[in-house]
Design a protein around this ligand. Sequence first.
Ligand code: PHE
Length: 497
Amino acid sequence: MTADKRGMHGIWSSRWTFILAATGSAVGLGNIWKFPYIAGENGGGAFVLVYLLCILTAGLPIMMAEVLLGRKARMSPIHTMERLTATAKAPRFFAGIGWMGAVAGFCILSFYSVIAGWTVYYAGKMATGAFSDIGGEQAGAIFGDLLADPQSLMLYHTIFMLLVGVVIARGVHRGLENAVRIMMPLLFIMLILLLGYSLTTPGFSQGFNFLFSFDFSKLSQESVVVALGHAFFTLSLGMGAIMAYGAYMPADASLGKTVLAVGILDTLVALAAGLVIFPIVFTNGLEPGAGPGLMFQTLPIAFGGLPGGVLIGTTFFVLVVIAAWSSAISIAEPAVAWCVEKGIGRGRSTFVVCALAWFLGIGTVFSFNDWSNNQFFVHVTPTAVEQADTRSVQLPSAEWFVYADVAELKLQYPSTESVSFQITGKTFFDVLDFLTANILLPLGGVLISLFAGWFLSRRSVADDARVNNAAIFEIWRFMIRFVSPVAVLFVFIHGIL
Ligand code: PHE
């Protein structure tokens, strides 16, 4: 029951345009900013391996499923899932996939825009030559100053959201295609250039080993959940972005190769970014677990040390802005498409969606300064301090709070000679990040795989998929029915408990 061949939002001009747009969606801050810093926080190699496994077992099959579902109904994810659920006579809650995706989309767009704002700031700062010949300490200070200043953060958040709105309002088709066609190849070239630089740094082998030596003792339960969540985030899965783009895909294009191309490109960019960043980390004595600031504290050092670094650095950050831009557009598109189907004009729909996400983004702006101590799910963990004479110390019990002011907690639990208190919690930004990447996206992914695997008949799926190679189709169908949902649920349930 393929709906009207074109749908109301138009169709990509070719399979290649779809690949470009989907790659534009997939390649973004997730690859260049997030992947290196979460790999750093989770100990490197083993994390990377788990992440790659998640891409293979869950990411690629679910991506195919999303494109397929979108193309079948040719509507926004909310309407697509409502319609397909009805025609397949599947349990009604599958229709909720689209709604859950919309919620996830708002949350992601809100913080994505704030972080993308940092890259806008860095593009400008680079151009002024502020980073020439700087070391780790100065790079850290410049970044610290930016985060401490909510007004600047707000300004760049606003600029970025406006950029996103302008393109979406014009229609994804015209607005996006041209940008992506030129910028994606350029971004690749820049990454290769940077890779050349990082190869010459003394820390290269250390950086390489950090990413590719699989030390499983460093892998915690939570790391596995984070790796899975990131596989969804980086491929733009579980919230409808790829489903929305699939709705604009030509009916005769084959799914298998198309999706594989997007998945491979996305993974290569992430690994390249890691291979650029970690050698610089080790060469300059920085912390691999530095968190969200990792990219901003390392790359400027590389540019500062390169001949022509001002130009190269500025170009690079402009490209990152564009990569983030093309991703942000795909995050907003499902909600905008839904509004349009409800009869609201495209311009007005764009305004409403972007304004809401902008407003929610204020929480992320303050997470890095005024509200950095206002945290949720705060754990206070006492540990015994090693002492010269090892009489056993009576440890107080661990505690946790749904919400707490961490600065006050630190006063309440001062570390002593025998006990030190570790206080960890999540800022507003951390909560949004965790809720979306680690809960909503995987959950959306499981539901999508169950729906595509168990509620659509083999025949209708085979017709829609246009996979030329029968073996590939069989492998996909096996993965989407058995492997993907089981793998995701297993990690998910383990992690949540
Ligand atoms: N995949 C994008 C990135 O890696 C982020 C994204 C998430 C885009 C979810 C769309 C949907 O930056």
